[in-house]
Write a protein that binds this ligand. Structure first.
Ligand SMILES: [Zn+2]
Length: 410
């Protein structure tokens, strides 16, 4: 039997998303502003010099400007949810990126055609152009450094791509600079430089497209993250078995699904246990938007009972932590017959402090399903330990082990 319990159905989106989104949006605007400045400078130089390399770099800036605007649109839409899109519009961010990649390929094609087919024109290179190009090489490099930091912290694929792309400007604007310098020295290298800039632009387009497609086609979370999630889930004492774990990215968010078998027999308590597992996953892995746990009920063929005893002859102890012995009885579910019965000494009964908790942990370690008690431990340490592990507590008034077990099965 498989029960689907979606822990996040009613919870509001993470509070952390809001400041993140604002911050990303602000950086998106910075990027737009930078591109406008770069494009303006390159437009002036391209117009005066007639250099195709600088024109290629100008096209590159315009592509970047459109990317930055698209990122802003993506950020606006990504966190929105509606009745028509109940899973959110996270992927708009990636869809925009894919559209941009196509635009980049088109502009690259235009420059290549120009470089190969246009008639040769006279190129004028002057020192002020060279100075300005050095400035426009340095600006994106500085910007990229700070943008990268913000993008990493927010796990935004769009902003990260933007920052990486700016690093490339050392080469592309540098090439435009080299082209003009060579023309100034009398070497006609302008068109070759333009073609090299196109290669860099194409590389950008390809990276953007590949990353976007990975997310759009629900590529898995990386192995390291999945392993981390596995460890976190298995660390819960209530988990008997962990079947599968999958996860995917959508925009800058992560969605996780897992199939777990709980040691919990009472389904009412499963809810609580699942809530704790989800919280643990969120704490360990950043940007998790949703954790969907499919609970597979354990095939219960037998239950292991623990009963505190006052002596080895089966007198039920009135205490829990202080009782000198425990009976461990495994009972078949099918016919109520006893599969195994052992009486063992309580290694913690002389303990000074927190013996109840120690004993509870000891019983959990021995895979006990039900603890039968005369002492009411509600609201005390042992109860929390047992409940966390999905162990059921039953109260009995019977003075003997046999009587208590018989009362349970009737
Ligand atoms: Zn660029």
């Amino acid at each position: 039997m498989v029960t689907k319990l979606n822990r996040s159905e009613n919870s509001t989106p993470r509070m952390a998303v809001v400041p993140d989104a604002r911050r990303l949006e602000r950086w998106g605007w910075y990027s737009v502003a930078l591109n406008v400045v770069l494009a303006a400078f390159h437009a002036i130089i391209a117009a005066v010099s007639g250099s195709l390399a600088v024109t290629a770099e100008l096209v590159h800036n315009v592509v970047d400007l459109l990317t930055a605007v698209a990122v802003l649109i993506g950020l606006k839409l990504a966190t929105r949810k509606s009745e028509a899109f109940p899973y959110g519009l996270y992927k708009v961010e990636n869809l925009t990126a894919a559209g941009l990649a196509v635009m980049i390929f088109v502009s690259a094609y235009e420059i290549v055609r120009e470089a190969l087919l246009a008639p040769t024109a006279l190129i004028q290179a002057e020192p002020w152009m060279l100075g300005l190009l050095l400035t426009t090489t340095a600006m994106p490099l500085f910007f990229s450094h700070f943008e990268m930091r913000v993008a990493r912290a927010a796990n935004s694929p769009a902003l990260l791509a933007d920052a990486r792309e700016y690093r490339l400007h050392v080469f592309t604007t540098g090439l435009a600079f080299a082209a003009l310098l060579s023309q100034w020295l009398g070497l006609p290298l302008d068109r070759i430089a333009a073609l090299l800039i196109v290669v860099a632009v194409l590389k950008t387009g390809w990276d953007v497209l590949r990353d976007a497609m990975r997310v759009l086609l629900d590529a898995s979370l990386d192995a390291e993250t999945l392993q981390r999630i596995r460890q976190v889930i298995l660390a819960s004492p209530a988990v008997a078995e962990l079947g599968w774990v999958t996860g995917r990215n959508a925009g800058r968010f992560r969605f996780v699904e897992a199939g777990v078998t709980l040691r919990v027999v009472e389904l009412g308590k499963a809810e609580e246990v699942l809530g704790r597992i989800e919280a643990a996953v969120r704490a360990a892995v950043p940007h998790v938007e949703r954790v969907l746990l499919h609970v597979e009920s354990p095939a219960v063929t037998q239950l292991r009972y623990a009963v505190p005893l006052a002596d080895r002859d089966g007198a039920v102890s009135k205490h829990f932590g202080e009782s000198p012995f425990f009976a461990l009885v495994t009972i078949r579910q099918a016919d109520g017959g006893v599969e195994e019965q052992r009486i063992i000494s309580n290694p913690y009964h002389n303990e000074e402090k927190a013996k109840g908790i120690r004993v509870a942990e000891w019983l959990v370690g021995m895979k006990v399903d039900v603890v039968v008690l005369q002492e009411d431990v509600r609201g005390k340490g042992p109860e929390y330990v047992l409940r966390d592990a999905g162990v059921i507590m039953r109260l009995t008034e019977k003075p003997t082990l046999a009587g208590a077990l018989a009362a349970l099965s009737s």
